[in-house]
Ligand binder design. Sequence first.
Ligand SMILES: [Zn+2]
Length: 570
Amino acid sequence: MSGRREFLKGLAGGIVTGFPLVASSSALGRASNLAPCDKIDLILPPKPGAAMENIARVFARQVSQRCDAKMTSTGSAPQRVILAIEPSLGSEGFKIIDDSKDGVRIIGNDERGLLYGVGKFLHSSRYDQGGFTPGDWRGTSVPQGSFRAIYAATHFMNFYEAAPAQEVQSYVEDLGLWGANVVIVHFPTWNFEGFDDPAARRNLEQLHCILQAAKAIGLQVGLVQTPTAGFTTAPKEIRAIPVPDDLGRRGHFGVNCCPSNPAGHEYLLNLYTRLFDKFKDIGLDYLVFWPYDEGGCGCTNCWPWGARGYPKLSRDVVQAARARFPAIKSILSTWCYDTPPAGEWEGLAKFLETDKGWLDYIMADSHTDFPHYPLDQGVPGGLPLLNFPEISMWGRSPWGGYGANPLPTRFEGLWKQTQGKLAGGMPYSEGIYEDINEVICLQFYWQKSRAADDILKEYLAFEYSPEVVEQLSEAIGLLERTWIKRGPNSAEAFALLQEVDAKLTPQAKAAWRWRILYLRGLIDSELFRRNDKMEGPVLKGAFDELTRIYHAENAHSMPVQPPQLSSAER
Ligand SMILES: [Zn+2]
């Protein structure tokens, strides 16, 4: 509800949401006439808030990891960047203007708006001309989608669980620069005996670390939970009945509890109340409910789960959350609804006709095409609709095992299916290998009509160099075409990547975002050459490097590390 209000407010205020009011001077808003400088004065207002100070720190980190320019506050540097907050632009919007002949003023409507303005300025600047060349994008931009989340899954010792805190925190900041306004994490009860389980404590510490990084730069945070999932020690007598699962997609981890059983209901409410207490120090802004994956309950009182047991239980859990966090917003996911048809969508619509005060958004998506029901029949409860793009696991496993998986054409096609009807969404991230896909989704939420190709070009110029955008666009097109089946295009893509490799600055060349793209080309090309045989030192070296980049040395249970060569093949 609030998301829709924010969107309408933006339109009513006369701001063309998502579009610059002042056209930039080049297609990418990229500086072409400005000279590179070796020093930047970063000027904050007197008494900046903690978030602004952290955003300034992110600015400085980004510049220093990309070029040799130094940040100062002496007032004598050839380039001045002034940060300010002026609440008149529209929620989370920003404006970049010339301040004087050698200064740029980045103005946020609020703290998050300032972060996105800093992001736009950084993304349109360049770092490959022997210093920092300031971007010349000028104008005002306000996001169209109100919920632009990243779901950072922390399990199986993937990147988010295994990487050092600093690396994960930097990554959260980087996604913030591209427009993310919420970071969501999941506490996997089904992995633990209880809150005192040492593994549960470690997991909670990692979740805190991720959410603190988000809060530090002004982002909102939340949990996604399957409210029927208990701990592994949940009493047998309250366990749920497995749901029908003809397609094998709804999951059943064996620790679900039946909320229609009074003792089961009490157990679940107690568990989630205690979980919310673990986040009292941080404060939760969002609660996302998941119907399946870990399973629901198929008993006669709960089924159809998506229409009966699930919304009822979610409503009760929201109330427990609101007792602790009065402003928390709730999102009901409809993942795997009506697969096969069981009247779940219709039943949910009926449920929300009379009782929707507890809910703010509906989330929908599927393993393949976007579900038809909310597009054709309207969203249950008339609520704003969100998507859940599957950016991590589609097409190949192990996830991330072959390096970067950019799929701009795929995600643009799926985005277009939603007909501009979404208020944002929450890509499912298993690690850093889908970075390009995440950025594309976040920018669709920011400006619904933006083309994937345009987003990709901005990303390539920022991460690598404006000089290699055309070659890399072509290489990524070839890599996407050969994602399902490698072929001669795989070798062609790698040849382009090799050409680009020779042109990059030492910083860009050594950065993980280049290595995972380069290694993807190398691995695919090598596998094509070897008729898909997993053997040889080239592949071993590439897989070992990916493992180091992902911190996947101890990844387990599910495929989140590169494929293994058999000992005979090494
Ligand atoms: Zn039940």
